[in-house]
Design a protein around this ligand. Structure first.
Ligand SMILES: [Zn+2]
Length: 414
């Protein structure tokens, strides 16, 4: 028996495609949206009614930057556990990074991820293929084959594409395929495996610094390669004001550049790092308060297109150690939306821009038909209560890992 459908009534409908918001009704039949109306609708047939008074009806969110850890690191996260976190966080689509083991550098791994995601249900998962074989940066992966197998973008994330010639060639092919190269921007001869931002605070803590310029020189390189190839460079997790400025100028020059920022780079600064709590260790690291302000402005104005989590689960053994030894990265899928709500509350972003940055703008970068509320489109919808008080706790956490500074800490017994 097929479900008679749903009617979502009296919700505050936020459609980032048109930036048009109104109180109204969304009608869903099967897996498709069949109607969006202002105000209420009298005759709904035998569809199930869901009262959304006081709630926002938004498109299911889209995350361009997620580490699902499967295959190869299933003790940190699996496709199923990651997809569950996603749905709990308002996401219906996510893109999974290729630093798995084996890496997503051949068709079988991409197909495996798509099948596993389908089996798991929950969110839709779109694999991102590696740019280079084994993500080693010196020999191109079979990009055409990966595209055929469903990869929607390419990246060596976790590492930069070392070789500028490989990067140039990948951009030429990516242009032909119509997919972006997603860049983890880090010149490792400058970042020196640093554990936090290079600043007065890192000197005082005695922790090796990862300077902003290590990121900025690579952003500049890849912008210039996008200029000569006409390929699409997507700059991952921008962390500095200078990086955002380079992107702004490239856009003004008409170069095909897009960019993302993480919620943690919008909320925290290097002053939050105490050198002990390893949940504040990520790559790129948290930067200066002035960088945080610049990133907020760049996101609000659209210079930075979207918010992506860089959801990076790690088991306790990788984090319960000296700060400099600890693995990089934090969870994000369940905390992105609450952080965006905080940014709306603090007037950093308008509601429409925040939802757009979490959905429509992200989908557009990888040409996904997602992030919009439109009749005829898949019923990827999230209903959220913007006034609900919410504290992220272990009992709410659906990840296999717990590494996040946004998790309410249990007080340690003395
Ligand atoms: Zn990265």
């Amino acid at each position: 028996m097929t479900h008679p459908g749903y009617v979502l009534r009296n919700g505050d409908i936020v459609n980032p495609e048109s930036t048009d918001s109104f109180v109204g009704t969304v009608i869903v039949d099967g897996d498709k949206i069949t109607g969006i109306e202002k105000g209420d609708v009298e005759d709904v047939g035998d569809r199930e009614t869901i009262d959304c008074t006081g709630k926002w009806i938004i498109p299911g969110l889209v995350d361009l930057h997620v580490h699902l850890r499967e295959p190869g690191f299933e003790w940190k996260e699996t496709i199923e556990s990651g997809a569950k976190c996603a749905v709990a966080g308002g996401y219906t689509s996510l893109c999974s990074m290729p630093n798995t083991n084996p890496a997503i550098d051949h068709a079988e791994v991409a197909s495996f991820i798509r099948e596993k995601a389908k089996e798991a249900g929950f969110a839709k998962v779109f694999p991102i293929g590696a740019v280079s074989k084994e993500r080693k940066g010196n020999e191109l992966a079979p990009l055409y084959e990966l595209r055929e197998a469903g990869c929607i973008a390419f990246s060596d994330d976790g590492d930069p594409v070392w070789d500028a010639g490989v990067m140039r060639r990948s951009l030429e092919i990516a242009k032909d395929i119509g997919a972006p190269i997603c860049c983890h921007e880090e010149d490792k001869s400058l970042s020196c495996c640093g554990s936090m931002d290079e600043c007065g605070h890192s000197y005082r803590l005695g922790i090796t610094g990862f300077p902003g310029v290590a990121e900025e020189v690579m952003i500049a390189r890849d912008i210039e390669l996008a200029r000569v190839t006409g390929g699409h460079v997507h700059i991952c997790h921008v962390s500095t004001a200078r990086g955002a400025l380079l992107i702004q100028r490239a856009k003004e020059d008409g170069i095909h550049v897009t960019a993302e920022v993480t919620p943690h780079h919008l909320m925290l600064s290097h002053l939050d790092v105490d050198g002990i709590d390893t949940s504040y260790k990520m790559s790129p690291p948290l930067r200066a308060p002035a960088d945080v302000l610049a990133l907020r402005e760049a996101l609000a104005s659209g210079v930075i297109d979207c918010i992506a989590s860089d959801h990076a689960p790690h088991e306790p053994d990788s984090k319960d150690c000296e700060f400099e030894e600890a693995a990089m990265g934090i969870l994000g899928l369940q905390t992105n939306l609450p952080i965006a709500l905080k940014l709306i509350h603090d007037s950093v972003l308008t509601r429409e821009r925040a939802i757009q940055a979490l959905s429509f703008s992200a989908a557009k970068i990888v040409s996904l038909e997602a992030g919009m509320l439109r009749p005829g489109r898949p019923a990827d919808i999230a209903i959220i209560d913007p006034n609900q008080k919410w504290t992220f706790s272990n009992s709410l956490n659906l990840s296999k890992s717990q590494n996040t500074p946004f998790l309410a800490k249990k007080s340690k017994k003395k």
